[in-house]
Design a protein around this ligand. Structure first.
Ligand SMILES: [Zn+2]
Length: 408
């Protein structure tokens, strides 16, 4: 599956994933030098001198691009999972100091070494599941020191291990405890974000994107807008956590600000779908979140695709609402809950996700000139990737021409 051709993919084009049977790929210096049928590629002069690696008829895909993760966190929240199963809602847990604030407390208490070690382990798991590029958000620090520490770790990890990390500043995840319950607390926190942190993040090249959690209990439309505008003025492109638990109008605002992506979208209105379809803002769907929380309402993927919106999929890997780093599991959920076809789900998790990270010219498909980022599956048919749900069938992963995972 090459997913070749112009990205991003809209409407019917989402399911055209460029299947080559009995194909071969020529890689030179980490970049794809040729792709096509084995007969054609093997005839090339350069191929004759190349080292051969036989994948034995397995399914080859572009490496997955996971465009929404909260990589750096200090601990799981399995105790809240238990409470939720017994009937407590996500918002009730948040009001009792659980939820995001629970992760914040634990992250602030952890050392940079501990956080890095944990994140490294996760990055190895991502590679084992066929993911070669991830976006990673801050947002469990929520004070200057901790937020900058997370973003610096993104940068260090990007340099020190093979997977590519795209950094996003999410200081506007929620208002931290020390600003809550005091007059003007939210305003003071927003000032810290807009006047101190965003300039510092931008000046030090610690993030490419700025994100907000626009939701009741987090940030309002006007608060979110002020953060995203401050980020944008400093060169940080907007992304938005939008319409996850209610319709707040966040999608409309995101589109107005030229956001790279609006994510979640369970509570989209028909007007939002029409606006997304006319825009270049990607609709990134995160079905792992609804699955883990046991929610019945999923994002209207079919309507979005049929209207012509750019649909992407991501894990939303995080300790509270979507503790999975398996893109294959997300494909399974996309197929059975969002009614996307396996081909659509694959394009959404590769080329469209790459577009949302402004990297569609380098990653997200198997084409001449792109990075040799590949995921190979121990299967005979690409449709078996989502079909075997909860099973990791990834056999080999390659990043920039280097093998970063190989099952023995
Ligand atoms: Zn998120």
């Amino acid at each position: 599956m090459t997913v070749r051709g112009r990205g991003p993919r809209h409407g019917n084009a989402l399911s055209r994933i460029g299947v080559i049977r009995d194909g071969a790929i020529l890689v030179r210096d980490g970049v794809i030098a040729a792709v096509g049928s084995s007969a054609k590629v093997e005839k090339l002069k350069e191929s004759k001198e190349a080292e051969k690696f036989d994948v034995g008829g397995r399914v080859v895909l572009p490496g997955f691009v996971d465009a929404h993760t909260h990589l750096i966190h200090a601990a799981s929240r399995a105790e809240e999972y238990d409470l939720k199963i017994r009937g407590a809602s996500y918002e009730e847990i948040a009001r009792q100091g659980g939820g995001i604030l629970n992760s914040v407390k634990k992250l602030r208490a952890a050392t940079a070494e501990e956080l890095k070690k944990r994140a490294r382990g996760f990055l190895e798991r991502f590679a084992e599941h066929g993911t070669t590029t991830i976006e990673a958000k801050s947002g469990y620090g929520l004070d200057a020191t901790s937020e900058l520490r997370i973003l610096s770790l993104h940068k260090e990890l990007d340099a020190e291990q093979p997977l590519e990390i795209v950094s996003t500043f999410l200081g506007a995840h929620v208002v931290p405890t020390e600003y809550r319950g005091k007059a003007g607390g939210t305003r003071q926190y927003l000032e810290l974000l807009c006047k101190q942190l965003i300039p510092e993040v931008a000046d030090n090249g610690l993030a490419e994107f700025c994100d907000v959690f626009c939701e009741r209990g987090a940030f309002s439309i006007s608060e979110s807008r002020s953060v995203l505008e401050s980020g944008r003025a400093r060169g940080l492109a907007p992304r938005v956590h939008a319409e996850q638990l209610s319709n707040t109008g966040a999608t409309r605002m995101g589109i107005e600000l030229g956001a790279a992506s609006c994510d979640h979208l369970e509570y989209l209105k028909p007007g939002d779908i029409r606006r997304l379809a006319k825009s270049k803002t990607v609709a990134t769907l995160l079905p792992g979140c609804d699955f883990h929380l046991g929610l019945q309402r999923y994002a209207p993927a079919r309507e979005l695709i049929d209207a012509g919106a750019i649909v992407a999929l991501a894990t939303d890997f995080n300790p509270g609402t979507s503790p999975t780093l398996s893109m294959a599991m997300i494909l399974s959920l996309a197929c059975s809950r969002l009614r996307m076809t396996p081909a659509e789900a694959i394009a959404a998790a590769t080329i469209n996700a790459a577009y949302s990270l402004r990297r569609e010219r380098r990653v997200g498909s198997i084409e001449h000139g792109k990075q040799a980022d590949l995921a190979v599956f121990e299967l005979a048919d690409y449709r078996e990737i989502p079909y075997y749900f909860g099973v990791n069938t990834c056999w080999m992963t390659m990043k920039r021409g280097e093998i970063v995972h190989l099952r023995d």
